[in-house]
Design a protein around this ligand. Structure first.
Ligand SMILES: [Zn+2]
Length: 419
């Protein structure tokens, strides 16, 4: 049993609690609330006091592909799986240090690495992986500069790229991801930024293909996450039954209304936009121009969704394995600051980073993301309150403790002060 007290407890959903207690036992939260009504600590039991407690954070859009050579998909394709997995070990450790206790992985080796984390071979957040992102030939998930047979070969050997054309191939592509343990299915429903030749505002996949993917995923209780920038792709994805919109750059009031009607979740991934704009050398000229063209509209899209009451979950789209860059793993908490800049309150941004995370997994969601009785015991202690300064969530130094499934996975070194 772990017995914690805090000046303030932020539950993830709902209002913060002053002078609070959190009790965790056998991986589950058994009490979270005011000290006045808390059970007393057991005889001789240590009580750790910290300034602030909040749930472990979710990063709902990541890639575990182990690429160090910029952001292009050709580099992803040409990184051997064993090298990618070895690099991902450091990425996952960095995420946990940064307070990320769960990641949704939308195109990469997530399903395989999830197994390594679950069995304890690798230290990291819980991973809910999609396997390869499904793309039409020539679409956002195709590597346009390498010979096409190489891409097809990658698909066939369970790699990180998966092209599919026509209903039959789409069905098989979903089944191949389920076969490797996918917990969510990812489709590219519009063109992208880091892909070379496609246009972010063009739709990808036909309505029949998208519908077939969604139906096959639904048969296995999986939700479909749709990469979309252009409005046409957003509308087509929602109509076909996709229930999370990734990026959503050209989302307008009509698209926001449809998202609300379907209860769909927006994962804006502002972090990748800011990272690309700050690190021009990581992308080719065409891709950089596409990022610039989408960047302002993307701010408006987040604000429009927020004003319409669309549920927003935090995701960064971080996916490179080179430490020390603006796009390195370990900076995952930055998304909270971007969401506040887009108009969310700090409390809403924290909800996007915590309680809203499991909403992006549909029927596969664990009972997690909140400091509430019966929830998975994933918690953070902070040296100061993020409701007053949201940038605290970007700084792993100020995230002093991390518990995952009730176990301490990060604790301060003796020289660190709790502030
Ligand atoms: Zn992505």
């Amino acid at each position: 049993m772990t017995y914690l007290s805090a000046d303030r407890l932020i539950p993830g959903r709902g209002e913060p609690v002053a002078d609070a207690v959190l009790v965790m036992s056998e991986g589950t939260i058994t009490y979270a609330g005011p000290r006045a009504s808390a059970p007393p600590p057991g005889q001789g039991e240590d009580v750790l006091h910290v300034p602030v407690l909040m749930p472990g954070m979710w990063d709902c859009h990541t890639h575990l592909v182990g690429s160090r050579a910029g952001l292009g998909l050709d580099a992803v394709l040409l990184t051997p799986p064993a090298v990618a997995a070895a690099r991902a070990v450091g990425d996952l450790a960095a995420a946990l240090e940064a307070g990320i206790t769960s990641v949704r992985e939308l195109g990469g080796y997530g399903p395989e690495l999830a197994q390594a984390v679950a069995e304890g071979s690798v230290i990291g957040p819980d991973i809910y992986g999609a396997g390869a992102a499904l793309s039409p030939t020539g679409g956002h998930g195709d590597a346009h500069r390498v010979p096409y047979p190489w891409v097809r070969d990658c698909s066939e050997r369970g790699g990180v790229l998966q092209t599919a054309d026509g209903v039959d191939e789409c069905l098989r592509a979903v089944r191949l991801q389920l076969r490797r343990g996918a917990r969510v299915i990812k489709v590219c429903a519009s063109g992208g930024v880091i892909s070379d030749l496609d246009h972010p505002e063009h739709r990808q996949f036909s309505p029949a293909e998208l519908r077939a993917i969604v139906e096959e995923a639904e048969r296995a209780d999986r939700i479909v996450a749709a990469h979309c920038h252009g409005k046409a792709g957003i509308m087509a994805a929602l109509t076909a039954g996709c229930r999370t919109i990734e990026h959503g750059s050209c989302l307008d009031e009509e698209a926001a209304a449809l998202m609300k009607e379907y209860g769909a979740v927006l994962v804006p991934t502002r972090t990748i936009f800011e990272g690309i704009l700050a690190a021009r050398h990581l992308l080719g000229e065409q891709s950089y121009a596409k990022a610039v063209a989408m960047a302002d509209r993307h701010w408006e899209a987040i604000a429009t969704a927020h004003e319409a009451g669309v549920r927003i979950a935090a995701g960064t789209d971080l996916g490179t394995s080179k430490p020390g860059t603006a796009l390195s793993w370990g900076r995952n908490g930055a998304e909270a600051s971007h969401l506040v800049a887009a108009g969310l309150t700090p409390l809403e941004a924290i909800e996007a980073c915590t309680a809203n995370g499991p909403l992006t997994l549909g029927p596969q969601a664990p009972k997690a993301g909140q400091l509430a009785v019966g929830h998975q015991a994933d918690a953070l202690a902070l040296s100061a309150c993020p409701l007053e300064d949201i940038t605290i969530l970007t700084d792993p130094q100020r995230i002093t403790h991390v518990w995952k499934h009730g176990e301490p996975v990060k604790q301060p070194t003796p020289t660190q002060s709790l502030g």
